[in-house]
Design a protein. Structure first.
Lengths: 444, 145
């Protein structure tokens, strides 16, 4: 047996429980135990729910106006999204994790993979329990943690930790994982998703255990290489390394509904340029370039009285790029011929696809000087906007007044990022909501 | 079109003197003092909170003061804490006696008896939200230059 060189690698996946709802509750503890939903950028759809709201049947994507009665009937707290708050709280959670392991891979705003190999000689489960308790005390955010030999298993353990009451939010894939794998439905496996799960169920593969038992070559031939790697990961063989996932970003969408209908080309083009700008920033941030750009805009999908118009245009970006002015030019240039007067446009967006990392290839159209100069401009742009606030330096094409004011009527204060919006704590008589009777009862 | 792009280097230290001529004081520049170093020991767990009301005037916390709250500090006997009482955030002095604890108001002498202490027991749901480590009190009116 060769054991000497085997490193006992382990991954943990830490995932904040109902993250947006939890953030709201840190600063408003009275929301604890109450059904709470958070709405999308324009107060349109549900994007996050507290456990209580989930139990009432609210789904992500539900347009809130259709559920007015349910909201009133169950006293559901409805909040606009407060990304200034969620972003800051996310940062605090991730920073706390970094005190426990140097290798933290932020996977989304509310989850991260942690490589545990550095914690040699310690009991991983206890260590993660300690981390969970620290995050809860320091930030007020409850997290669930799954531990496993591969990222897929860690994700699966996390799923188990989240829905199993009484294990304290931390679960580890046991030495013999079969029993646990049998309790996980195939659609709940990371990287399998809805598209494969139906097909898998049709051929009798219902649980994670079934998938792990399947012949890998058969999986590769009937599905794809990612599904095969996922199955191998379920068996404990590492295929997704640190900073690698089965669902690498392939597309990037930036779109938003307008606060009020947009009728002029000036306003519409500014909105498109602004989406293009933010998409380009995101690309540079992730060291990606885009090859294909789709720009779209349409009138309200719900308003049937006014004339309706929905259109989009696709252009190839030659060469693939992440330079803001190239992307603005392509998006606005493609949108202009499609625009028609006389419509009340409700939404516009820029969708970048065929993303790839790596070097921007030179083409016939691309001079070396332009490339170097573009890079310099982008560096300055990103440095200034990072240091002085997003949008400090921006392209004239995005306009000088923000046409797209978001409708956010129920936003909580930006408790942690604005001096004028700090949480208030009472030093007074009226601190007990609902009257003094309760407090005097407990005063001896 | 822009023909040439001339921009200062971000973060370069040459603003202090004439270009090319280092200021004679350069050798003595250490750094500027950052108040955060005094006030914020653990930024991850530190939150700022605004005080409202007079029940803690005696402890040096006045209406409108800015409180620095560190959630990573373990509350001990006599700590000033932010407590969650019936769902709201309040400031109190924590008093621990044996197994029991109480949350005490600390008003000025003339207000003694106006605010009542809260016994924390099995019947009272009180959680400590964080420990107040500093109170920043503005002297005089908000000044403008």
């Amino acid at each position: 047996m060769v054991t000497a060189s085997i490193r006992k690698e382990m991954y943990a996946l830490a995932d904040c429980n109902n993250f947006y709802a939890s953030c709201e509750r840190v600063f408003e503890p009275q929301l604890e135990d109450k059904p709470l939903v958070v709405l999308s950028n324009n107060d349109g759809c549900v994007i996050a729910r507290s456990q209580e709201a989930k139990a009432l049947g609210f789904k992500v994507g539900d347009p809130i106006f259709k559920f007015k009665d349910a909201v009133r009937q169950h006293n559901v707290i409805v909040r606009s999204s407060n990304f200034a708050l969620y972003g800051d709280m996310s940062h605090r959670v991730m920073q706390t994790m970094r005190l426990f392991s140097p290798d933290v891979e932020v996977y989304s705003i509310d989850e991260a993979f942690i490589e545990l190999v550095g914690l040699r000689g310690r009991n991983y489960e206890n260590e993660m329990r300690r981390m969970r308790a620290t995050i809860l005390q320091w930030t007020g955010i409850p997290v669930s943690i799954g531990i496993g030999k591969t990222k897929t298993l860690a994700k699966l353990a996390n799923h188990y930790a989240k829905r199993t009451i009484g294990i304290g939010g931390v679960a580890k894939i046991p030495q013999n994982p079969n029993e646990m794998l049998k309790t996980i439905e195939v659609g709940d496996i990371w990287g399998i998703g809805r598209q494969w799960s139906t097909k898998l169920r049709n051929i009798g593969v219902k649980t994670a255990f079934d998938l792990a038992a399947m012949d890998p070559t058969l999986i590769r031939d009937s599905f794809n290489i990612i599904a095969m790697k996922t199955a191998m990961e379920l068996r404990g063989h590492k295929y997704f390394h640190f900073e690698q996932t089965p669902d690498q970003r392939k597309t990037l969408l930036r779109s938003r509904s307008f606060g009020k209908p947009v009728e002029t080309w000036q306003e519409l083009s500014e909105a498109i340029a602004s989406h293009a700008t933010r998409a380009a920033e995101k690309l540079r941030n992730e060291n990606l370039v885009a090859k294909v750009l789709r720009v779209f805009f349409h009138t309200s999908l719900f308003n049937h009285r006014d004339p309706r118009h929905s259109t989009h245009a696709v252009v190839e970006l030659i060469p693939p790029t992440n330079v803001t002015h190239d992307i603005i030019k392509a998006a606005v240039g493609a949108a202009e011929p499609m625009w028609q007067a006389g419509f009340k446009y409700k939404r516009a967006g820029v969708h970048l696809t065929d993303l790839s990392s790596g070097q921007v290839q030179c083409s016939l159209f691309d001079s070396e000087e332009k490339r170097i100069q573009d890079k310099r401009i982008m560096n300055v742009l990103d440095a200034v906007n990072a240091g002085m606030g997003a949008g400090t330096l921006h392209y004239a094409a995005t306009g000088f007044t923000k046409v797209m004011q978001m409708r956010q009527l129920r936003k909580s204060p930006r408790y942690t990022t604005h001096w004028d919006e700090l949480p208030e704590c009472l030093c007074g008589l009226h601190e007990v909501q609902g009257g003094m009777s309760h407090i005097s009862q407990n005063t001896k | 079109m822009v023909e040439e792009l001339r921009l200062p280097l971000i973060g370069s230290g040459v603003e202090a003197g004439l270009p090319g001529f280092p200021s004679p004081a350069d050798d003595f520049i250490e750094r500027t003092l950052d108040l955060n170093e005094q006030l914020v020991t653990n930024p991850i767990a530190t939150f700022f909170v605004r005080a409202s009301g007079h029940s803690m005037d005696g402890a040096g916390i006045h209406d409108g003061d800015l409180l620095v709250v560190d959630r990573s500090v373990t509350p001990i006997h006599e700590s000033i804490v932010i407590a969650v009482i019936d769902g709201g955030l309040t400031v109190k002095r924590l008093s621990k006696r044996g197994a029991g604890a109480s949350l005490l108001p600390e008003p000025n002498n003339m207000d003694q008896g106006v605010y009542l202490p809260i016994e924390v027991g099995p019947d009272t749901d009180a959680t400590i939200w964080g420990v107040v480590t500093w109170s920043l009190h503005r002297l005089g009116k908000k000044c403008t230059r």
